[in-house]
Ligand binder design. Structure first.
Ligand code: DOR
Ligand code: ZN
Length: 347
């Protein structure tokens, strides 16, 4: 049995830390183990211009522990009226790593997202020209579509035509959640890459709904069937270059998660790299961990991998139940809080 592994420092290509006191409480949990992370722009109001992005990056840097070498990466929230010149300026100055497409109302804080797909084609045109990445929340929001089919319908109805119209535009399909999605990504690599969360590889919809409703397994895209879970796990642990790490760790105040209409999102940052390591170890695929966590993502983004390393050992510890937040949000409950995690970052 392998009890220790050293890999190049990983990056989190999909992370929510919010802003203000919530960011101060959550960002250090990612900075302890990751070299870089893309901070999602779905704030209220969103990070939608160069001016917003510069200010958000400064606020993120101010939340880091002294001496941290962690780099926050910023994306621009795509709106129907996004200015391609502003996007290009942000990219060329090294601020924007990419542009994030939220279909309007698909998830948390997406009300100002895209309502008319043709309107943003002029932004894609510019991004294709300058080599900038598009990050996609791939779910169809048409209310006639069953929530479990949102990803599959989006791929067919939205993403396939988009990729055909802009063959030079590199895209990341975020938080892949279905077997249909896995097959679609493989068929469209290398133009398309995809992030996979740890929890879409760990749980299925029976875990979420079969023995009482578990709000702490509720996220978007919704957790799907056992066959989907297995397909995602096989994809990630294959080491194939089109699949890479993106936690989608998404903190919500406990009161919002447990409300009658509960917020979508699971907070995994305190145990994220450990959870991925456990998944790869349990499947006998530790030899593919570094590709998924530390190499495939930078390659898809056209960036160099991190130079430093981290080491994990099989050394059980108890996952904290909550992270306290100063101010009215008070606390965020942690995914699998109170349970034992057998892997630990030791250096
Ligand atoms: O479950 C989710 N939570 N999915 C998303 O796409 C957004 C995220 C959030 O911001 O809370
Ligand atoms: Zn997200």
């Amino acid at each position: 049995m392998i009890n220790s592994i050293t890999i190049r420092k990983p990056d989190d290509w999909h992370l929510h830390v919010r802003d203000g006191q919530m960011m101060a409480a959550t960002l250090p949990h990612t900075a302890r183990a990751f070299g870089r992370a893309i901070l999602m722009p779905n704030l209220v109001p969103p990070v939608a211009t160069v001016a917003d992005g510069l200010a958000y990056r400064e606020r993120a840097l101010a939340c880091l522990p002294k001496g941290s070498d962690f780099t926050p990466l910023i994306t621009c929230y795509l709106r129907d009226d996004t200015d391609p010149d502003d996007v290009e300026e942000g990219f060329k100055m090294g601020l924007f790593t990419g542009v994030k497409l939220y279909p309007a109302n698909a998830t948390t804080n997406s009300a100002l997202g895209v309502t008319d797909y043709e309107k943003v084609y002029r932004v894609y045109e510019r991004m294709e020209k300058i080599g900038m990445r598009l990050l996609v929340h791939g779910e169809e929001v048409d209310p006639a579509i069953d929530v479990f089919d949102r990803e599959a319908v989006f791929l067919d109805r939205r993403l396939a035509p988009m990729m055909k119209s802009f063959p030079g535009l590199k895209i990341i399909l975020e938080h892949l959640s279905s077997k249909i999605g896995v097959d679609f990504v493989r068929a469209n690599a290398p133009q398309l890459g995809s992030t996979i969360t740890p929890y879409h590889m760990e749980i299925n919809r029976t875990d979420m709904l079969g023995w009482g409703i578990k709000p702490y397994f509720y996220c978007m895209p919704i957790i799907k069937t056992e066959a989907d879970r297995v397909a995602l796990r096989e994809a990630a642990t294959s080491g194939d270059s089109c699949f890479f790490l993106g936690t989608d760790s998404a903190p919500h105040a406990m009161a919002k998660k447990l409300a009658v209409t509960g917020a979508a999102g699971l907070f995994t940052a305190p145990l994220a790299i450990e959870l991925y390591t456990k998944i790869f170890a349990d499947d006998g695929k530790l030899d593919k961990l570094e590709a998924f966590c530390s190499l495939n993502g930078p390659a898809h983004y056209g960036m160099a991998p991190n130079e430093t390393t981290i080491t994990l050992e099989r050394r059980p510890w108890t996952i904290p139940e909550q992270v306290l937040v100063d101010g009215p949000e008070e606390r965020v409950l942690v995914y699998r809080g109170g349970e034992t995690m057998e892997w630990q970052v030791v250096g």
